[in-house]
Unconditional design. Structure first.
Length: 182
């Protein structure tokens, strides 16, 4: 609480801490906090907190949900391109080589049929590039994007509310200027 970085000076009460421990300890899908912190100050002026729907703070996902398989997609060589393939490897154009990130929950073939082949019908997955741990095609990776799963869009305040706040600030500014000038 010594140094403020963004909105990190929010004080948690004992009841809020107990609720956090209870919600996450239960490991339930779709839990919400009943005692969630609500900001009530705007530019030093205390305002009542706007009512908000409870945010879902607990989501349970299977491990494979965050996993992906990065596969190498090759295309045949263009006329006049250089380079010889390694023994047993299908000839490809190194300048046209690309990768695709395919969710672990999806079939590589189904993904290729839907996302790649309609645009590049002569492409194929290079099956010689395999993951060291499971021996399957492509390299396995994991990514947890917290914004994607937990961000809740909060629409901006209506323009008439912002305009009224600006008028109030202008009045205060003019009053302060009278004291400096007059």
């Amino acid at each position: 609480m010594k140094k403020s970085l963004g909105s990190k000076r929010a004080y948690l009460t004992e009841a809020q801490i107990a609720e956090i421990v209870q919600v996450y300890g239960a490991g339930e899908e779709g839990a919400a906090f009943t005692q969630e912190y609500r900001e009530t100050k705007t530019n030093g002026v205390t305002k009542p907190a706007e009512p908000e729907a409870p945010r879902i703070v607990s989501k349970v996902f299977p491990n494979a949900f965050f996993g992906y398989r990065k596969v190498t997609v090759d295309r045949p060589p263009r006329p006049g391109s250089e380079g010889k393939p390694k023994k047993g490897e299908k000839p490809y154009d190194k300048d046209l080589r690309d990768t695709e990130t395919i969710p672990l929950t999806e079939s590589i073939d189904a993904y290729m049929q839907r996302e790649v082949l309609p645009h590049v019908p002569d492409a194929w997955v290079n099956t010689t590039i395999r993951d060291e741990k499971d021996g399957e095609v492509g390299k396995v990776g994991y990514e947890i994007n917290f914004n994607r799963y937990f961000y809740v869009y909060k629409p901006p305040r209506p323009p008439h509310v912002i305009a009224e706040e600006i008028r109030e600030m202008e009045k205060r500014f003019l009053e302060l200027m009278k004291g400096v000038v007059g």
